[in-house]
Design a protein around this ligand. Structure first.
Ligand SMILES: [Zn+2]
Length: 74
């Protein structure tokens, strides 16, 4: 977790304990299997953000608001 901004996305993901390059979407996990909820995060959290934006826009917007508020505090 390189920055406070990227760590925000981890509110909706957890790391796959067997493979730390994979984040598991906690929202998808409610309705899908763990395998279907897995998102490869590579070196950053961009894929996780993209997944939220595409599939869970409400959660994405909420995190974006938090992001903007954190920016104001800096
Ligand atoms: Zn998801």
């Amino acid at each position: 977790m390189s920055s406070p901004f990227s760590s925000l996305v981890w509110r909706h993901f957890k790391l796959n304990p067997d493979n730390p390059t994979i984040g598991i979407c906690q929202i998808c996990l409610k309705t899908k299997t763990e395998k279907d909820s897995s998102i490869l995060r590579k070196n950053n959290t961009t894929n996780l953000w993209n997944h939220l934006e595409a599939d869970h826009y409400q959660e994405f917007s909420q995190l974006n608001l938090l992001k903007i508020n954190q920016n104001k505090l800096l």
